[in-house]
Design a binder for this molecule. Structure first.
Ligand SMILES: [Ca+2]
Ligand SMILES: [Ca+2]
Length: 186
């Protein structure tokens, strides 16, 4: 059974699914009107100091694979048209470089300022974590309607603590663009 988290919610993934190895992080969105909105899923693989150890550990539409083979982005989706996951990042948890302590999942609207786009134009957006082998959804976190004017968000973090993976739904909306996160973590 999937768990739906709200802002600040936390789940021990290893306790819930002890055999968990391969997961994917799915981002889905739909728009309310005839707008076309390009959401982008990105992951910053950060060390204990909260920084990516090298640029290649920032996974986004222009850098699809991490050097350790731990993460693989399946490619940019520019419209969100259609149901289910519109962008997917695969994670092979045991392959992840041991210096990486957190996977910070960021969702941002491409060229939001130029196009005057914001989350309020979306009818739905979510991030979910799915066990690849069983195809079971483990956890889901939906966009909070309080973030209507925001253009980007740290959705959540996968955090490694004492060899157990946790998911924390941070839900911190902002208007700084993907570059704002790059400035923080790269
Ligand atoms: Ca996209
Ligand atoms: Ca969609």
């Amino acid at each position: 059974m999937s768990i739906t988290l709200s802002k600040g919610g936390r789940l021990n993934l290893t306790k819930k699914e002890p055999a968990l190895k391969k997961i994917f992080i799915g981002l889905g969105w739909d728009v309310v009107s005839n707008n076309t909105i390009d959401l982008d899923a990105s992951i910053f693989m950060v060390n204990a100091a909260g920084k990516v150890p090298a640029d290649e550990y920032f996974i986004f539409y222009n850098n699809l694979k991490s050097p350790d083979g731990g993460l693989q982005h399946t490619g940019d989706n520019r419209t969100g048209l259609g149901d289910n996951d519109d962008e997917i990042i695969l994670a092979n948890l045991p392959a992840i470089n041991h210096n990486i302590k957190e996977l910070i999942v960021v969702v941002s609207i491409h060229e939001a300022q130029q196009r005057n786009h914001h989350f309020g134009l979306l009818s739905e957006a979510y991030v979910r974590i799915v066990d690849v082998e069983s195809n079971r959804e483990i956890v889901r976190y939906s966009l909070d309607q309080n973030n209507a004017r925001d253009t980007d968000m740290e959705f959540g973090r996968l955090r490694l603590e004492e060899n157990e993976w946790h998911f924390v739904a941070t839900g911190a909306g902002a208007q700084k663009g993907l570059q704002g996160y790059v400035d923080m973590y790269v």
